[in-house]
Ligand binder design. Structure first.
Ligand code: PMP
Length: 489
């Protein structure tokens, strides 16, 4: 076993030396993972967990090709990008080949946050403007500049003060948002909202530097924007002198199946000005990238300030990045995401008839959200029930998370080697759990739920990966969920 300390000792040392705001999953009974392979993680006792949430381990945990590429390069050389190195240029070339021609200049950095922060600097420098438009519930990173544009985070602060340069547009969510599926043209309606913000900025005598959005909102609740929304937003933002930044940190690299990049779901006529990447790019190795046009890159250079990043684009990271791209291609993981993700969505969709708690199923490839509601008309979020599903799945050694502004969206984003059998297993378990919860609530199919489970007493919070953290009763133990209404026999 790879365990070096007894679990209790690990917990004690963590409490003593690790910042308390770094939350842990299932804090009453945290999981100690000692190794992982493919879509599975193993604890210190050898218990296997099916991983439905790790979008970082994109091509599978510890993929041998990726491990080998990194280890081999580490034996030979690792240094900064001030020397010529083939890995750097070959990786940039191979990455560019996945993108539209216009997006041809790369800056390699080390985290999604660094990528988004640099994207803002590029936008500010290129446009000479300052204001930024972001989406409701968005999360773009943990550095100061990004907390400012992340309502997901700044709304958690009681004394939240929104920067006067930041403007929040409604989330293009056609299930729960301002304009829904029954609206004649939600894409135009949501884009008009961005247009209104631009007018508002102009009235203040300022101009917009950028609109930033994830190509599909992840922390924001697995939101899939209506087709045409990005084109219409881009037209307005560019018309006002700004640029479009697509954050592909969670959703890129073939996860959506039909395309390599999630922004491509909007259609071939849409190309962002800047794309940021992270998480899956290194399959767990910390690296990330900003890709932009020659024009934007040249404007950034014209400031006269050198851009230097000690670790970004080092030969080891680039070797790993190249290996990840090779594996996606060689194992047709994009095709797998399309097939298995499609199967998963169909299975979940089938549960809708049976389970009144299941409000909406939405997904593209292996990026799928299941929104739980207590009332399908009022869309009352079934937050406690979603937390209960996550807990019961954990007991059955399946890792899933719940996210979104109401933390009621079950969020699938597994490694792309996820199989049809894995999908069937987890959907089968969710089916059982929902049946139990609905029985406890006294719900029948087609009936509107009203009762609350005791688990509703739990307070949930979350982190930017959509990982759920529950607060428990004073003894720090998990409360048992007892049905208030007894099962009718
Ligand atoms: N953008 C998005 C959409 C993210 O989900 C995250 C991380 N969860 C980030 C940016 C920030 O990435 P990192 O944690 O690597 O800095």
């Amino acid at each position: 076993s790879a365990e070096r300390l007894e679990k209790k000792k690990t917990i004690d040392l963590r409490k003593k030396h690790i910042g308390p705001s770094c939350k842990i999953f299932f804090s009453h009974d945290p999981i100690k993972i000692v190794r992982a392979k493919g879509q599975y993680m193993y604890d210190e006792k050898g218990q296997r967990y099916l991983d439905c949430i790790n979008n970082v381990a994109h091509v599978g945990h510890c993929h041998p090709d990726v491990v080998k590429a990194g280890a081999q390069q580490m034996e030979v050389l690792n240094t900064n990008t001030r020397f010529l190195h083939d890995n750097l240029v070959l990786f940039a070339q191979k990455l560019q080949a996945t993108l539209p021609d216009k997006l041809c200049v790369c800056y390699f950095v080390n985290s999604g946050s660094e990528a988004n922060d640099l994207a803002l600097r590029l936008a500010w420098q290129y446009t000479g403007n300052r204001d930024v438009i972001t989406l409701e519930n968005a999360y773009h990173g943990h550095v100061s500049s990004l907390i400012d544009i992340s309502p997901y985070k700044f709304h958690q602060l009681s004394d939240a003060e929104q920067s006067q340069f930041v403007h929040v547009a409604p989330s293009p969510d056609v299930y729960r948002g301002k304009y829904r599926a029954d609206h004649p043209d939600p894409a135009a309606a949501y884009a008009d909202e961005v247009g209104n913000i631009i007018d508002h900025v102009h009235k203040k005598g300022r101009k917009v530097a950028a609109f930033i959005a994830e190509s599909l909102q992840s922390c924001g609740g697995q939101v899939i924007p209506p087709a045409g929304y990005f084109q219409q937003v881009a037209e307005r933002v560019r018309g006002a002198g700004g640029v479009f930044i697509a954050d592909e940190v969670q959703v890129g690299f073939g996860r959506v199946g039909s395309h390599f990049w999630a922004f491509q779901l909007q259609g071939e006529d849409f190309v962002p000005d800047i794309v940021t990447m992270g998480k899956p790019i290194g399959n767990g190795h910390p690296m990330s990238c900003v890709v932009t046009s020659r024009e934007v890159a040249e404007a950034f250079t014209s400031s006269g300030m050198e851009y230097f990043n000690t670790f970004g684009g080092n030969p080891v990271s680039c070797a790993i990045g190249l290996a990840v791209l090779d594996v996606i291609e060689k194992e047709d993981l994009r095709g797998n995401a399309l097939r298995v993700g499609g199967h998963l969505s169909v299975l979940l969709e089938e549960l809708k008839d049976k389970h009144p708690l299941l409000g909406d199923v939405r997904g593209r490839g292996l990026f799928v959200g299941v929104e739980l509601v207590k009332d399908r008309v009022k869309l009352t979020p079934a937050t406690a029930e979603a937390q209960e599903v996550i807990y019961r799945l954990k007991e059955q050694h399946i890792l899933l998370s719940a996210d979104g502004p109401h933390r009621n969206v079950l969020k699938f984003k597994p490694p792309l080697c996820f199989t049809a059998e894995d999908a069937e297993l987890v959907v089968g378990k969710i089916d059982q759990i929902l049946t139990e919860l609905e029985t406890a609530l006294g719900l029948k199919p087609s009936e509107t739920p009203t009762a609350e489970t005791e688990s509703g007493k739990r307070k949930a919070s979350r982190d930017e990966n959509g990982h759920v953290e529950l607060t428990h009763d004073d003894e720090g133990r998990r409360q048992q969920t007892k049905p208030k209404k007894r099962v009718r026999t």
